[in-house]
Each structure stands twice: as structure tokens, then as C-alpha cells.
Design a protein around this ligand. Structure first.
Ligand SMILES: NC(=O)CC[C@H](N)C(=O)O
Length: 358
């Protein structure tokens, strides 16, 4: 195992060992406090451009499931067709794995997909640094090589364009009861599975595709990586769709941010984001609290929601926006992940709410 150093933009250094693919890499260093779910998180397109730190210390002990695909083209166990995170940073990589569904080790998977993984890092200390300072750019360099890796950029880069589908993909064609246009900003497979389970036909379109001339019953806006302010083409198309006040619209994560922007609201960057399985959100106007799975670095500014909109969910830790709804029209969205994968499934009912509106 070669020695590596993680260098943060503020000069902090963390020394560890490489267990994945051996290449230097740079990106935004973020932390995720979930105890499980590395196959789902690594393949979540929303992690593009990021070095994913896991605070749970023991990682790799349940291996990696097979990368098989269903007849409709969706991966059976993963959230997309490949790893999207730039690297994974762990405290104690477990070389041995055991799980009924595992076919290989995390190290072998990372090597095959050419993604670095580093172990021996005090990820709790690293997380304290990120919590104090806020997320930072950083790089992983090999101690026996010159450090000549170019700086990476994150803010202002359109990562959605890198991960969105390039052409229209149809699911359940001619079979579902209702048709949903899904704007693919980097959609997780389980969102598509959750919709297909509810008997809808899906027309999955690239993030900047003008879908308004298609025939459909509802609009869904997906999760996706990076800065929502780089996705104006999607916002314009959503605005056009909103001319039909009866059209049901539902968005998740990036979808919450883009729907908010289409409604005139502003987005800001959180200090260190929400990435975990245990984020409590309260449904506004009720005493109901849900434990949710989250992965986002930006948030909607509640104070900028137009008069026709209101917050739908509020984060109980920091009071930030976790969803919006329109006061009259069937338009709503969640900042968290009702499809889970991984994490708690308590809010999957939001898909039922959307499908009922179609
Ligand atoms: N998972 C997502 O859709 C994340 C949305 C956006 N990229 C953010 O970090 O806030």
C-alpha cells in the first residue's frame, strides 16, 4: 500500500495509505456520516466532483454487490452505471468482506473503475476541520511522486451536463397508466424504480431538453451534482411547463432547487452540507417529523420564496429548507431523498402523492 497525503485548501494534511486505484485526484472534500451505503453513495451521480469522506470508521466489510442490469437497463443494486465520486476517504478499510450479495471487495471495484480510495485517515478529525472551516477543495497526492496535480474547480462548474443522459430514454413505454417526463440532472436509479413501481411510463430527457412539446401527465425533476445556478436551461424549461397550472410537478434535491429557482427563489451554499441517513425534517404545519437520507451542499433560501410558495419541510437541526410547495398548483419538491438508496424509506409516500395527482 503506497503512502498518500490528503491536502486541503487551508493547508491541513492527513496521511494515509492507498487501497483503490493509484492516481492523484482533486475535488471538493465532503463528509457523509451514514454507517452503510457506500455502493449506493459512490454510484450516486450527485457526488461527481467530490472526494467522499466517511465518518463511520469501518468501511468495506460487506463488500460490493454484483454490477448486473435489469431488462429495462437499470442497474439491479447500484444507483447509476458507474462510480461518480472522485475518491473515497476512510478511516479503517476492511480487506476481508462478508455478505450474501457481495461478489468483490471495495478495493477491487475501485481499481476496476479507476477511482482512488485512501485509508488510515482520521476521518472524524477531518470532519471537524470541514465543519469548522466549511467544505474545501482538496487533493490526494502520492508521497513518492511529485505533486503536480492541477487544481480542481467545483463552484460554477456545470456537473449536471457531465452526468445527465445524452438522449431520451423511455421506460414502460405504452404500458404505464400515466406518462411522466423525468428531467435527468443525474438521476439515481431508485427514483426511476420508485416511479415504475407505481405504474407510470417514464420519458427520461437530458437536463436541458425542451420537453414542452411532448404529451405527458406530470413532470419530475431529478437530483444532480454541483451548483444549481449552472442549470438555467432546465429552469427555463420548467418555467414554460408552469404555464399549465394543472400540470403536477415533483422534484427531488437538485429538483427542489431548480423548481424553487423557476418559482423565483434563490439558492445559497451550506457551510458543510447534509450527507447522512439521519437528517430530521418537520413537515410544515404539522408536528410530523421524518428521518431522511440526504446528500446536498446547496439549499433554497426560505426568505426568497415568492408569495405563492411555502416551505413544505424544514430541517430540524439547522432550520434550512427541505422542500417547497405551491399554494394553489400541484407543485412540490423535497430537498432530501424519499427514494432513499441508501437510508430510511419513511418518506417514500411522496411518490404516492405525486402519482395520485397525475
Ligand atoms: N443530491 C442532489 O441532488 C444535490 C443537489 C446539489 N448538487 C447540492 O449539492 O445541493
Amino acid at each position: 500500500m503506497r503512502n498518500v497525503t490528503l491536502i486541503l485548501d487551508d493547508g491541513s494534511r492527513f496521511h494515509g495509505k492507498s487501497f483503490g486505484y493509484e492516481k492523484p485526484v482533486a475535488g471538493e472534500v465532503v463528509f457523509n456520516t451514514a454507517m452503510t451505503g457506500y455502493p449506493e453513495s459512490l454510484t450516486d451521480p450527485s457526488y461527481a466532483g467530490q472526494l467522499m469522506t466517511l465518518t463511520y470508521p469501518l468501511v468495506g466489510n460487506y463488500g460490493v454487490p454484483p454490477f448486473t442490469f435489469e431488462a429495462n437497463g437499470l442497474p439491479t443494486f447500484m444507483e447509476s452505471e458507474k462510480i461518480h465520486a472522485e475518491a473515497i476517504i476512510v478511516s479503517d478499510y476492511s480487506e476481508k468482506y462478508s455478505h450474501w450479495n457481495a461478489v468483490e471487495s471495495l478495493a477491487d471495484w475501485l481499481k476496476r473503475e479507476q477511482v482512488p480510495g485512501i485509508t488510515g485517515i482520521d476521518t472524524r478529525e477531518l470532519t471537524k476541520v470541514l465543519r469548522e472551516h466549511g467544505v474545501m477543495m482538496g487533493k490526494i497526492v502520492f508521497d513518492d511522486e511529485p505533486d503536480n496535480i492541477p487544481e480542481a474547480a467545483y463552484a460554477g462548474v456545470n456537473y449536471v451536463d457531465k452526468v445527465s443522459c445524452k438522449e431520451v430514454i423511455r421506460y414502460n413505454e405504452g404500458e404505464g397508466k400515466k406518462k411522466v417526463v423525468l428531467v435527468d440532472c443525474g438521476v439515481k436509479s431508485n427514483i426511476i424504480r420508485c416511479l415504475l413501481k407505481r405504474d407510470v411510463e417514464i420519458i427520461r430527457v437530458p437536463w436541458n431538453y425542451d420537453f414542452n412539446s411532448l404529451q405527458f401527465d406530470g413532470l419530475f425533476i431529478s437530483n444532480g451534482p454541483g451548483d444549481p445556478d449552472t442549470c438555467d436551461a432546465a429552469v427555463q424549461n420548467i418555467r414554460k411547463a408552469m404555464q399549465n397550472e394543472k400540470l403536477p410537478i415533483f422534484g427531488i434535491c437538485m429538483g427542489n432547487q431548480l423548481l424553487s429557482k423557476a418559482g423565483g427563489a434563490k439558492i445559497y451554499k451550506l457551510k458543510y452540507g447534509h450527507r447522512s441517513h439521519n437528517q430530521p425534517v418537520r413537515m410544515v404545519g404539522t408536528e410530523r417529523c421524518f428521518i431522511t437520507s440526504q446528500n446536498h451542499g446547496y439549499a433554497v433560501d426560505n426568505n426568497t420564496l415568492g408569495a405563492d410558495w411555502e416551505p413544505l419541510f424544514i430541517n430540524m437541526n439547522d432550520g434550512s429548507n427541505e422542500g417547497i410547495r405551491h399554494k394553489k398548483n400541484p407543485w412540490f419538491s423535497a430537498q432530501f431523498h424519499p427514494e432513499a438508496a441508501s437510508g430510511p424509506t419513511d418518506t417514500e409516500f411522496l411518490f404516492d402523492e405525486f402519482v395520485k395527482l397525475l
